[in-house]
Structures are given as structure tokens and as C-alpha cells.
Design a protein around this ligand. Structure first.
Ligand code: FMN
Length: 439
């Protein structure tokens, strides 16, 4: 068994899988269920003093759609779209205190952690909520600077409105970190262009880590009725958004020197968790899929992570942490140094002229219908590999274009002549050079 333990913000987690701040963590019973299901930690549904954000949760609406933009009707596949509107915890933060104390103990007795989450009305409000959470014995707090909904609530200032402004985000973070003795981390919004700047600002203001990210705001139309689903804009997520979340994990991890990150937004199964960890997330937060599949789904995900690590020879989380980001280009021009590639159609399995998809999807005029076959104009091929993926018959392979081929004058001119004259007779036989075809 792999070692799933990981240190995050000075606390040791038995595994990196945290239950995100979301409806399941709005209930003491379900939080206990999460502990029993083996969660590394649970982030409580955001505690607040903003009445409207509490009221919004009592009026929550969900539209869960499949990849065809239709209601899922019980079939949750990996391409689900979770479109929803809900606020912060409907129970006032002070009323949570006895539960926080009891649940913290329940979690710790089982090697897990209850994590606080705050969303205040004013700077003083943020401070008061966080002090209350600390006084209840909680050892870590997440500041929710990512919620998409306050921006749609007249008179409310919070969530992504704070997370879009590095100065305001830093001010609130500084006020809280100066007021409490426990570590604080900040949940970022992806509804902006500069999460890295916000991450830098809050880290400088005393945050111990950042969460990348909360959800986007979306707009979805029911074309049968011509009306927006849920009446208008709402939060949106699903596994389809994962690459966008990973982009910020990658950028923050790379540009801020490997700062601790909790990855969120787009996890369906253990493979997604591995992606987040390899990109640089020390912990991950899993949210909406638990709302659709229930807490019983959680052990499957944790087991999947363990099995993946065993089967791929990763002894612990640290050995996977950030490996993909470290291997990532940071400058596109690095690609220019890579050897030139070209595509070659395998005559044995190619179904041309019945199938012409590679020709239709080659936008560089490197493939064309010539004498009843696919003709290749190598000088036009830029090695983009699109044809290898649109070919349904696995009939196109990529080859390194040799220096000799690249530097042979004929390589650039003669085939074009042949091509224009429609004499491209042996396009598939790569045992010979194009100059010899010309001969
Ligand atoms: C219905 C719903 C309610 C949420 N409520 C909160 C919240 O109160 N506080 C918070 O920080 N994030 C909240 N989130 C965001 C989640 O914590 C999580 O970051 C997000 O759903 C992305 O993770 P996922 O792809 O696993 O769902 C909510 C998300 C959903 C779908």
C-alpha cells in the first residue's frame, strides 16, 4: 500500500482527499459520514454573517446535465455539467460552535480533520467568523474568495468579488491572519484573468496556501423553451472544467515556487486526483460528484488513488507532487527546438478513397486526394498530429523528418511539382526518399 499521508499547512492528513465546502458539509451527520468514509478532511460549508447568502442556500437550485445539454435522469457520467445556485451555510456561524467542537473531535479521533470556511460581510465580519472557528478548536481555515454568487446579489460584497482584486484579497487575508493563530488558506476564483497575482498577494499577506479554484459562473439555455436554465447565470462545473483548473494549479505552482495548493474544480475519480497532484496540488477537494453519487462513492476514489500509486510505483504523494508541472514547457518557443515530424499514411489499413477524413482535417494542405489515394506533401506537413487523431483506422503514423530530408533541396520543391502534376505515385513507400520518387 502506498503512503497517502501528506502535510498541508502544517497539519498531517492521512490522505490528500478533502471533501470540499459544499452541501454535504452543511450537515453534522453527513460530515460524520465523510469521516467514516475515510476522507482526509472535510471543509465545512462556508460560515457567514451575510443573511442573503444564508437565505440563498435555502433557495438552492440544481440543473445537472449530460454532454448533450439534457437533464441526466439518474445517469451521471464523467461528462456531467453541474449548473447550480446556492449560498453559504444557512445556519448562523455562532450556532455552529457546538457542532464544530464535537465534529472536530470526531474527525481527529479517526485521523481526519475538520477545516473551517469563512465568508464575511465586512473585514471585521471575516475576523469575527475566523476567531469563532479558531475558538471552537479548528486548526485550519479556508477563506472563500471564490464563490461566484455574491456578484449576483445586490448589496452583498464577497466571494469572487474579493478574489478578483489582489489588494482587497490581501487586506482581508492580512486582517484574518493577524487575528488568528491558526493557518489560513485562500480559495481563489477562476472568474478572472489573474489568479496568480491574487495568490501572490494573499501569500504575502500571510496565507499558508491557496485553493485553485472555486467554480466559474455560467449561462445555460434550454433550447426547447428558449429560456435560461435556472433563470439566468449560476455556478457551473464538472470534469470538463478540470483542464482550466489545472492550468491555474500549474501556473501558481510554477510561478510561486511550489507554494502549497489545494486543487479543486473538476474531480470525478481518482485519475483526476492524480492529475491535480501531478500538477502541484498537495491536497484535492472533491465536491459536486459526492452530491450526485453520495458519500459512499468516496472510499472508491481513495482506494483508486492508492491502487494507482501502487501500480505505477509511486511510494508516496510527494513523489507525484508537481511532476507534470516540472516537465511542462514554460515558453512555447521551446517547441521550436524539438525535431521536425511529418505524418505518413499506412497503405495497408487506410480506407481511402472511401474515407477522406485526414484530408478534410489537414489544414496545411499536406494531405490530398491524388490518383485514388492519400497523397502526402511532406514539405507542407508541420507535424501537428491532428490527422493521427481524426483517422478512425489508426492508419497514420508520425516520423521524425530526418535532417537529410529537410535539407535536401528536392524535398521542398520536387514533391510539390509532382503533386501539382498529379504524379505522386508512391506516396506510402517511405523506404525511399522523395527525391528518388521524383527520379
Ligand atoms: C452546490 C454547491 C455549493 C457550494 N458551496 C460552496 C461553499 O459554501 N463554499 C465554498 O467555498 N465552495 C462552495 N462550492 C464550491 C465547491 O467547494 C468546489 O470548490 C467546487 O464545487 C468544485 O469542485 P467539484 O468539481 O469537485 O465540485 C459549492 C459548489 C456547489 C456545486
Amino acid at each position: 500500500m502506498a503512503n497517502l499521508e501528506i502535510d498541508f499547512c502544517g497539519l498531517k492528513f492521512k490522505n490528500p482527499v478533502l471533501v470540499a465546502s459544499i452541501e454535504p458539509t452543511n450537515s453534522p451527520e453527513v460530515i460524520r459520514e465523510c469521516v467514516d468514509a475515510g476522507a482526509g478532511g472535510m471543509i465545512i460549508k462556508t460560515l457567514t454573517d451575510i443573511e442573503d447568502m444564508a437565505r440563498l442556500t435555502q433557495n438552492s437550485k440544481y440543473a445537472i446535465l449530460n454532454e448533450k445539454n439534457e437533464p441526466i435522469n439518474g445517469k451521471v457520467n464523467k461528462n456531467f455539467v453541474f449548473f447550480s445556485r446556492s449560498g453559504y451555510s444557512g445556519t448562523h456561524y455562532k450556532e455552529w460552535v457546538p457542532y464544530l467542537k464535537e465534529l472536530r473531535q470526531y474527525a481527529e479521533d479517526r485521523g481526519s480533520h475538520l477545516i473551517g470556511s469563512a465568508g464575511g460581510k465586512s473585514v471585521q465580519g471575516w475576523v469575527d467568523i475566523c476567531r469563532t472557528i479558531e475558538d471552537a478548536g479548528i486548526k485550519l481555515i479556508e477563506l472563500n474568495f471564490g464563490c461566484p454568487h455574491p456578484a449576483m446579489m445586490p448589496g452583498v460584497h464577497g466571494g469572487s468579488m474579493i478574489g478578483q482584486d489582489p489588494d482587497v484579497a490581501a487586506e482581508v487575508t492580512r486582517a484574518v491572519t493577524e487575528a488568528v493563530g491558526i493557518p489560513v488558506f485562500v480559495k481563489l476564483t477562476p472568474d478572472q484573468s489573474k489568479p496568480v497575482e491574487v495568490a501572490r498577494a494573499v501569500m504575502q499577506a500571510g496565507a499558508a496556501a491557496v485553493t485553485a479554484t472555486n467554480r466559474h459562473t455560467g449561462f445555460v439555455v434550454d433550447i426547447e423553451t428558449g429560456t435560461p436554465r435556472l433563470g439566468g447565470p449560476a455556478g457551473i462545473g464538472g470534469t470538463w472544467v478540470k483542464p482550466l483548473s489545472l492550468r491555474w494549479v500549474n501556473k501558481i505552482f510554477t510561478e510561486l515556487g511550489g507554494v502549497p495548493i489545494s486543487g479543486s474544480n473538476g474531480i470525478y475519480d481518482h485519475k483526476d486526483i492524480v492529475e491535480f497532484i501531478m500538477t502541484g496540488a498537495r491536497t484535492v477537494q472533491i465536491g459536486s460528484i459526492l452530491m450526485l453519487k453520495g458519500i459512499k462513492y468516496l472510499p472508491k476514489v481513495i482506494r483508486g488513488l492508492d491502487e494507482f500509486m501502487d501500480s505505477h510505483g509511486y511510494a508516496d504523494i510527494e513523489s507525484m507532487l508537481g511532476i507534470a508541472s516540472r516537465r511542462s514547457v514554460v515558453d512555447y518557443s521551446e517547441q521550436f527546438k524539438k525535431p521536425r515530424m511529418h505524418s505518413e499514411v499506412k497503405a495497408e489499413t487506410c480506407k481511402n478513397p472511401k474515407c477522406t477524413i485526414c484530408i478534410q482535417t489537414c489544414f496545411y494542405d499536406a494531405l490530398a486526394q491524388v490518383d485514388g489515394r492519400v497523397g502526402m506533401l511532406h514539405q507542407n506537413c508541420i507535424g501537428c498530429e491532428l490527422c493521427t487523431q481524426t483517422c478512425p483506422f489508426d492508419s497514420i503514423a508520425m516520423h521524425t523528418t530526418s535532417e537529410q530530408l529537410r535539407q535536401t533541396a528536392e524535398y521542398f520543391s520536387i514533391p510539390e511539382k509532382i503533386f501539382q502534376e498529379g504524379k505522386f505515385e508512391k506516396p506510402f513507400d517511405r523506404g525511399i526518399s522523395l527525391s528518388r520518387v521524383a527520379d
